[in-house]
Design a binder for this molecule. Structure first.
Ligand SMILES: C[S@@+](CC[C@H](N)C(=O)[O-])C[C@H]1O[C@@H](n2cnc3c(N)ncnc32)[C@H](O)[C@@H]1O
Length: 268
């Protein structure tokens, strides 16, 4: 699968099929990041859901030279059996119908443990991406802290306190040169957006790149600056689609951030 901006429409279809809850432009930004980093071994997905995101990230990592990445997926799995119990929001049912086959929906209702979920995600992702996947599921972020991660993808949480707590809990699980990606950084999760601003003021997060919905952070200014240099040195870096943000020296002298020009990506 070509994960560059040259293949935006096909990536969009692939994202829909896998059931990843993300715009394809953000997958392209992630792919650019992955292909700019020397070594990625451990990935924490906060909100693993159906594993669509894990499957796509795994495939994009594999194709950018990061083989055998170990994924840990955190999810309280309340959506398992939600349709039968008629508890969780209808969007799960609608989305299940959009991306899962009748067989897959049926098998999902039989799952009851995190291990069941790992096996279900692994089988489905490997079938749809033709890429080997290593994934371990846990029910809460507290259970994920037994190791250090190269990438953390924060994709749950509504309120400011809830999201700030997740950031405070999980930034210490990030390796010094790791990347913390926050999803729905805009109208999708406005109070999560607010929490990242407070986290920046606490010195926990330093912005690197602004995607469409995902924003990429480091845990130090040095790593943020180094990562911007690595992105720009990547032969796949396209200055028309990834632009420098003037005013970034707000975060420190000599500081630069990049914003993805996702509209230009759609036009091209
Ligand atoms: C937006 S979905 C994640 C989508 C996924 N990252 C993807 O791109 O395919 C959010 C998930 O987080 C889970 N979740 C929400 N709050 C949680 C919490 N505090 N702890 C664990 N899981 C949670 C929900 O069950 C849901 O499956």
């Amino acid at each position: 699968m070509d994960y560059s901006w040259r293949n935006l429409n096909n990536i969009y279809q692939h994202v829909l099929k896998l059931g990843m809850l993300s715009p394809p432009e953000d997958v392209i930004a992630s792919w650019l990041l992955f292909s700019s980093k020397p070594k990625i071994e451990n990935f924490l997905e906060l909100g693993s859901y159906l594993g669509g995101g894990i499957g796509i990230f795994n495939q994009a990592l594999n194709e950018t030279g990061h083989k055998d990445v170990k994924f840990t997926g955190v999810d309280h799995l309340s959506f398992i059996g939600a349709k039968a119990a008629n508890t969780s929001g209808a969007w799960y049912t609608d989305h299940f119908n959009r991306c899962l086959s009748t067989e897959e929906i049926k098998s999902l209702t039989k799952l009851s443990t995190p291990n069941d979920m790992s096996a279900w995600i692994k089988e489905r992702c490997e079938r749809l991406t033709e890429t080997p996947l290593s994934v371990t599921s846990v029910l809460s972020e507290k259970e994920a802290g037994t190791q250090q991660y190269d990438i953390i993808h924060h994709d749950y949480g509504d309120g400011v306190d809830e999201n700030l707590n997740t950031i405070r809990n999980c930034v210490p699980m990030l390796k010094d040169n790791g990347i913390y990606i926050v999803d729905d950084w805009c109208t999708g999760a406005p109070l999560r957006t607010w929490a990242t601003v407070l986290a920046q003021q606490e010195g926990l997060l330093y912005p690197i790149m602004w995607g469409k919905n995902k924003v990429f952070f480091a845990k130090s200014a040095e790593v943020a600056k180094q990562t911007v240099s690595q992105l720009c040195a990547n032969p796949e870096y396209n200055g028309k689609l990834f632009k420098f943000m003037s005013g970034s020296d707000y975060f420190g002298s000599g500081y630069t951030t990049i914003r993805m020009h996702w509209q230009a990506m759609q036009w091209s």
